[in-house]
Design a protein around this ligand. Structure first.
Ligand SMILES: Nc1nc2c(ncn2[C@@H]2O[C@H](COP(=O)(O)OP(=O)(O)OP(=O)(O)O)[C@@H](O)[C@H]2O)c(=O)[nH]1
Ligand SMILES: [Mg+2]
Length: 372
């Protein structure tokens, strides 16, 4: 069988299954299905077709009614897809049910995001964190892999018990590896803590740029610090927080030191395995003096993005930190849209990292917040 999960030269065709439940409008649901397509493409998969399914009934077998499930599976197969990618989490048994129903493989949103993190990790810490998330995800799904193997080999694999033994050995190996990864990450986390304490002792305020993936955090970081961190039109371009110390003239004619941190982007339904694994990286924002929430104001799903960002900040215990909203990508908005946004986000800064519009106002807001 073709190994679907690595980025290959010929992209395996996949079918996207977006999910719309009662909480989303059609525009939002479509934007989120498009986001799923962006994630799939980031991983090097080719999108053969997509559908946003309106789910009213939550049948535990498939996570939707069985009639709808049958229809979706048929459509995916007709589109020539080798895999259905779901915009939600599937339990290990749901994954198996879908594979039985469709005869092709499945991937859920969690696995997709975890694999992107793994493929994009550049530093040792990011690589360890991504591997930890992968292992935590794989552990409860191991038996599923073996059942598939047993089927391909005519059932003899599991029936003789050899699969069983192999499964146990692999489980033990993964548990041990998880232990090692956690140990190494804890050591790196302590180093990070030492660096942070040093910064805190020096009393330099820290301003962290947080927000949804692809909102323009790294672009704004470059504009604010004059640095050259990578900016890409890709989801999760940044996996390591980059801190830059800068000096700004202050109103009294002196200067003020400030550390500006670019952080890893958030995404709706960030897999909890990833949140656990990337804890020390994500924690950087929880330690900041002030936060700048960078929002892609031109995205039709911006409300969902804002909601996600606020939820993640709350989970990280960062919701009490003074926050400035930067409505970014203002260069692609018309004046009426800008007006409406300013009403929805009072006190925010309308900016463009591209044209540098609104950057002075953003600096003023930062200064004001730091004086509080
Ligand atoms: N039109 C326009 N595009 C922008 C602006 N700011 C950023 N972009 C584009 O948006 C894309 C994402 O920018 P990044 O700065 O990498 O976004 P990020 O928030 O750091 O993304 P992650 O690191 O993936 O979370 C890039 O293609 C940028 O060129 C802006 O003000 N206007
Ligand atoms: Mg970035």
């Amino acid at each position: 069988m073709k190994e679907l999960h690595r980025t290959e030269p010929e992209a395996p065709p996949v079918f996207l299954a977006g999910i719309r439940d009662g909480t989303l409008s059609k525009t939002e649901a479509d934007a989120l299905t498009a986001e799923l397509g962006g994630l799939a493409e980031t991983l090097g998969l080719a999108v053969a077709g997509s559908e946003t399914v309106h789910v009213r009934e939550r049948n535990p077998r498939y996570g939707m009614g069985s009639g709808k499930a049958r229809e979706l599976a048929d459509r995916a197969v007709r589109a020539g897809a080798e895999c259905i990618v779901f915009d939600r989490e599937l339990s290990p048994s749901q994954q198996r049910n879908w594979e039985d129903l469709s005869g092709i493989s499945t991937m859920d949103r969690q696995e997709l995001i975890i694999r992107i993190f793994a493929s994009r990790a550049k530093t040792r810490e990011a690589a360890l964190q991504a591997e930890l998330a992968e292992r935590l995800y794989a552990l409860p799904r191991l038996s599923h892999r073996y059942i598939n193997l047993a089927r391909q080999r005519g059932g003899s694999y599991a029936a003789r018990g050899s699969g069983e033994t192999r499964l146990e050995t692999d489980r033990r190996f993964i548990r041990q590896r998880i232990g090692i990864l956690k140990g190494e990450l804890a050591a790196l986390g302590r180093q990070r803590q030492v660096q942070r304490r040093q910064r805190e002792r020096q009393g330099t305020p820290v301003c962290a740029l947080v927000g949804y993936t692809n909102a323009g955090k790294s672009s704004l970081h470059r504009v604010l610090t004059g640095s050259s961190v990578a900016v890409e039109d890709k989801l999760f371009a940044t996996l390591d927080p980059t801190a830059r110390r800068i000096s700004r003239p202050d109103s009294g004619g002196g200067s003020r030191n400030l550390i500006i941190v670019d952080t890893v982007g958030f995404i709706r339904r960030l897999p909890h395995n990833l949140v656990d694994a990337f804890h020390s990286t994500l924690e950087e924002s929880a330690r900041a003096t002030i936060l700048i929430h960078v929002l892609d104001a031109s995205d039709p799903a911006r409300e969902v993005h804002t909601k996600t960002v606020m939820e993640v900040l709350r989970d990280l215990g960062a919701d009490k930190i003074p926050l400035i909203t930067a409505l970014n990508k203002a260069d692609v908005l018309n004046p009426a849209e800008t007006e409406a946004l300013l009403e929805a986000y009072p006190g925010s800064a309308v900016v463009s990292a591209k044209t540098r519009r609104g950057i002075d106002r953003l600096w003023n807001l930062i200064e004001k917040k730091l004086k509080l």
